[in-house]
Design a protein. Sequence first.
Length: 375
Amino acid sequence: MRILADQNMPLVEEFFSEFGEITRFAGRELSPQQLVDTDILLVRSITNVNENLLTHANKLKFVGTATIGTDHVDQTLLKQKGIAFSSAPGCNATAVAEYVISSLLALAQEDGFNLQDKTVGIIGVGNIGSRLSKKIAALGCNVLLCDPPKQAAGELEGGVSLDTIINDADILSFHVPLVKEGAHQTKHLLNKHNLSQLKDNAIVVNSCRGDVIDNQALLEFMQAGGGLSLVLDVWENEPTIEQALLPYTRIGSVHIAGHSLEGKAGGTDMLYQAVCQQLGKPATHKMANFLPEPEFTEVNLGNTFSETNVCQLVHSVYDARRDFGLLKQGLNSVGFDSLRKNYPGRREFSTLTVKCSSSANAKRLSQLGFNVIEE
Ligand SMILES: NC(=O)C1=CN([C@@H]2O[C@H](COP(=O)(O)OP(=O)(O)OC[C@H]3O[C@@H](n4cnc5c(N)ncnc54)[C@H](O)[C@@H]3O)[C@@H](O)[C@H]2O)C=CC1
Ligand SMILES: O=C(O)C(=O)[C@H](O)COP(=O)(O)O
């Protein structure tokens, strides 16, 4: 069997060698000719799987994307052609939620406020939004949730409208899929019209898809004196991003919010499980066997739980400001895609065991995602 896999997908050889010959490709450069005689295609978010790419796909049986987002894949076309498809829902949801928590704690520390005094609006309450909501609640913040599709289906109690979040939230974090049409379209959810209705000094976090915020409208708003604090992991027109936004960005990165080692490896693992199912073979490999030991494994917290302690704990595992440093240093020298390819990686909070002596604190730390031992 011939397997084509994105060069930035980890552990493909470890998981897939038993099925056939693996060839790697650069995600933005895959040509239709490369799909001749290919049985399995494994992509990441930067490869558009469309009519043009499949022109010569004479043997293709399975397409997998090791990502949560699927806006780069024409699933209707795959169905018409009888090609099986799988994505990796939830694979890096924890990583994205932790990126947001790390960024917010950094801004709170720098600006001298407590997150627990803030109202956080989460737009999109799926795998990422719901995990983030749990972590944010552990910090004692007031949380507003907005997910119209879920609200319409009766799947989210107490949900509010986007307008309510725009008007009332101190912090807004977007976790919706990119949808360009229909009743619940998300392209430019934050736009020229509603930017001006945000609270002064609101914090806006985008770690879903760049197009969810109108970047030109955002730039004009900031150039006109808008006082927002911006945390931007995703941008319109990646990899050619609007660099004029950088001076207005408090924390920025190259679309790596989901790139914890666990999140990236988890995407490959989920595709492996899907291919095994497709081929009727048992799944024998486990992701945990391929991950290295974390650098720091244990901390003793005693019975304290202040935001300062939590900030230290979180940043000992991952400080998103490191990634803003990488962006600022490397964007014009090595470029956006190269920064992503050579991302130094990071671990998730669960790799750190926190010993603590109060059960209330143990509960909150565990809600944040740490591995907690109550002593
Ligand atoms: N920056 C990064 O590295 C990553 C970005 N992502 C992006 O994050 C997105 C969300 O991921 P998950 O939470 O795992 O997806 P999910 O599918 O579990 O949840 C998305 C939620 O958004 C809701 N939604 C849809 N339209 C909406 C609207 N107009 N307003 C409010 N809510 C709406 C859906 O009902 C759903 O509950 C992905 O589609 C992907 O584009 C995902 C992983 C990593
Ligand atoms: O899962 C998603 O959706 C993402 O956006 C990924 O975490 C990042 O995607 P890649 O570009 O690394 O495939």
